[in-house]
Design a protein around this ligand. Sequence first.
Ligand SMILES: Nc1ncnc2c1ncn2[C@@H]1O[C@H](COP(=O)(O)OP(=O)(O)OP(=O)(O)O)[C@@H](O)[C@H]1O
Ligand SMILES: [Mg+2]
Length: 339
Amino acid sequence: MRMFKNRSFSIDLGNSNTLVADSTRMLLAQPSYIVFNANHSVKAVGEQAYEMFEKTHEELTPVKPLRGGVIADFNSASLMIKELVNRAYTQKASFLSGYDHIISGVPYYTTEVERRALRDAIDQFNPRKRSLLFEPLAAAIGMGLNVQEPDGKMVIDIGGGITEIVIISLSGIAAFQSIKVAGDTFDMNIQDYFRRNFNMSIGLKTAEQVKILAGSALDEINPIPDTLAVKGKDLMTGIPVTRKIDHREIAFILEKSVASIERSIVQTLETCPPELAADIYQNGMHITGGSSLLRGLKQRFEKNMKLPVHLDEQPLSSVSRGIARVLANPKKFTGVLID
Ligand SMILES: Nc1ncnc2c1ncn2[C@@H]1O[C@H](COP(=O)(O)OP(=O)(O)OP(=O)(O)O)[C@@H](O)[C@H]1O
Ligand SMILES: [Mg+2]
């Protein structure tokens, strides 16, 4: 047995959450946030940084380094993953040296410039080998789908910054739509609604909680979530105020965004080769990503698309699980990795 072993790991650098896994297990899952001190040193990353968000003072600078699923602030993103990867490995560090293979997820619809930023951020670890894997393909593998056979599989990954809809066959992507409407959009829709209709300012974290606790994509759902009392600030007087909201009102607020995701699903089916479309009508569609947990979404898609809809059991980790599988067995998955 070798004394020093190189480490290989997978990273899903998401708009909302960053996951690090090796070929056997999840090492870390933390919100994609970082907070800097006035002297630019790192104050906090991950969960701790998320806690501080919208609660900082002028000495602290909070940053969410990803937007729409891609790196928006390179330095912050690099520092954030450096801190997170170091944290993932602290306990075992003494037995391990250097990095062997690092595979990172990347949205399918990305520009060369966006991919280069991601590669540069990973290269700070000096791995022996570095690869990228399209996130919807990784999600499909993570959900246990056989992506290699000539049989169309439809995967819809609704994350925080981006929704990608793809049809996979023979380890490749035969049709796709990618839109920057996802969890963050839902949160902003809720924040805007409170501002416009009640002159009330609420934080994005509050909006996200409202969405998770009482949000819905349908009027009629079962069981019905409890009505929520939302705390915020009156924009005219500056006084703290509370207003109640129920799932129907949130369904109304989210309607436009959810409908635009549905339009993209329809467009993907329209542009898909007929043989693959026939497979999809048989196999149905697989939805994953944290925002696929929105209450009633599965039922709504089933009703409107007239297709079976399979909701991933662990939608927050499908991409990471998929990359880890490829890492464990790269020979089996030749062809899915890109440089
Ligand atoms: N129960 C829930 N109901 C609705 N939305 C949820 C729920 N749980 C998590 N979310 C949302 O899921 C989103 C995060 O999902 P995920 O971790 O898949 O995104 P990401 O991979 O970081 O982003 P992206 O794929 O866009 O880069 C957030 O917007 C979060 O609010
Ligand atoms: Mg994602």
